[in-house]
Design a protein around this ligand. Structure first.
Ligand code: ATP
Ligand code: MG
Length: 402
């Protein structure tokens, strides 16, 4: 005996009305992509749920894959058996033996949609319960607060058993919220911000500013390695690498040291916004967290944000560093982020950047500097790389979901 299907429950999509179809279609596409190398699995759906028909595929592997698909609330392995009480008993015992956590107490809840079935609900509960008690040592019945509730549904065409519920990733289907550009550094925060944005349905591409020779080839590779982790969500991830050295050097020369960080961030944002427009995205995502460093105080954000009115999404804004690290560890990006290679901002960070910069002052300092030609040159020299999981980079798009 083997599980033969998996029930997929929608999360928030089920509350959508008019866009529901397109939400479901996007989730369906992500599911099919995530199972593409498992032979014979089949996806069916009705209004409330989707079902994966396993056709002998390993249910644990399929569930593990589905746990990476956004928009899924929860998953349950299930069995379909003939309307024969002996077969149902056997299936109930199999279900109990397959549970991932050991249970000490259980109950059985039978629903009899087909009233012609020869046993009434209570009889089924007793027959199955007795069978389990005889076959599993130490197991007890607890109808009020059981460790596990086995659900048995008797229908005209067959009997269905389910009960174990595994959490899904939640969120909204990938791509259902449109597209945004992630400012990706080599740090801990921005990859987490990128993941959370994708989870909320955004299609994400990254922008990375690098400053050779002040930053090394290894720091650039670190960013691509982080991108490769994010690529696990859909199979590929695009990174726009922007040469930033000339602009940073000019800032060092022309802007007073205590305002150089503020101006650097403003220039990054101006460039990011132009790249966003070219790539038809509607927002910029950063890994900022309120008050974490000088550039992330409220005054800094007020001074920096002045250069654009494009929405800036900051998924981590209210999180503490430890909470962010916890997420980075779960996503497996923490170790990569923790590698010591220098980032363009660290190299140029002044000894005491302003934590309370003023808009008027930064505008005044910048008014003496001709940034436009360098901005244009940087935009022209962007290198766009598509990264796939396991840290390989490829020249052109392939294989990815979108
Ligand atoms: P992170 O861990 O993401 O690097 P951080 O705490 O080190 O963040 P900062 O270095 O001040 O903070 O960066 C704040 C945000 O600015 C980052 O989360 C990222 O979105 C963006 N950013 C910083 N440096 C770069 C870079 N070199 N290229 C692209 N974006 C950057
Ligand atoms: Mg950083």
């Amino acid at each position: 005996m083997k599980f033969d299907h998996i029930i997929i429950r929608y999360g928030e999509i089920s509350t959508k009305k008019r866009n529901r179809k397109s939400f479901v279609a996007k989730m369906r596409r992500h599911i099919l992509w995530s199972l593409k190398d498992i032979p014979n699995v089949e996806l069916t759906a009705n209004r409330e749920r989707m079902y994966i028909i396993l056709h002998d595929a390993d249910h644990k592997e399929v569930i593990a894959r589905l746990q990476g698909v956004f928009g899924i609330q929860s998953l349950s392995p299930a069995l379909k058996v003939e309307r024969d009480i002996e077969k149902i008993k056997e299936a109930a015992l199999y279900y109990m033996n397959q549970l991932s956590d050991p249970v000490h107490t259980f109950k059985i809840t039978t629903k009899r949609a087909d009233k012609e079935f020869p046993y009434v609900t209570n009889e089924v509960n007793h027959l199955l319960g007795g069978h389990l008690l005889r076959n599993i040592e130490g197991l007890k019945v607890d109808v009020k607060n059981p460790d596990f509730n086995l659900l048995v549904e008797i229908r005209r065409e067959a009997v269905y058993l389910t009960g174990e519920t595994v959490p899904g990733a939640g969120g909204l289907p990938y791509g259902s919220s449109g597209k945004a550009m992630l400012m990706l550094s080599g740090g801990i925060d921005s990859p987490v911000a990128g993941y959370l944005s994708m989870k909320r349905g955004l299609e994400v591409e990254a922008i990375h500013f690098y400053s050779p020779p002040f930053t090394s080839e290894r720091s650039r590779q670190k960013v691509l390695d982080l991108a490769a982790k994010l690529a696990e969500v859909t199979g590929s991830f695009k990174v726009h690498i922007v040469p930033f050295t000339d602009i940073q050097v000019l800032i060092q020369q022309q802007v007073p040291a205590n305002y150089s960080m503020t101006t650097t961030r403003r220039l990054m944002l101006r460039l990011a916004d132009q790249i966003r427009e070219k790539n038809h995205a509607l927002a910029i995502i950063t890994g900022e967290s309120l008050g974490q460093v000088a550039s992330q105080t409220m005054s800094s954000m007020f001074a920096i944000n002045e250069v654009t009115n494009t929405p800036i999404l900051r998924p981590l804004i209210t999180m503490d560093k430890l909470e962010i690290i916890d997420l980075a560890q779960q996503l497996d990006t923490f170790e990569i982020s923790n590698l010591p290679y220098e980032d363009c901002c660290t190299v140029f960070t002044p000894a005491s950047p302003k934590t309370q910069p003023k808009r008027e002052k930064v505008n005044y300092y910048e008014s003496f500097v001709e940034f436009e030609p360098l901005i244009e040159k940087a935009i022209q020299n962007i290198e766009t790389i598509t990264v796939v999981p396991n840290q390989q980079t490829i020249e052109k798009e392939m294989e990815g979901l979108f």
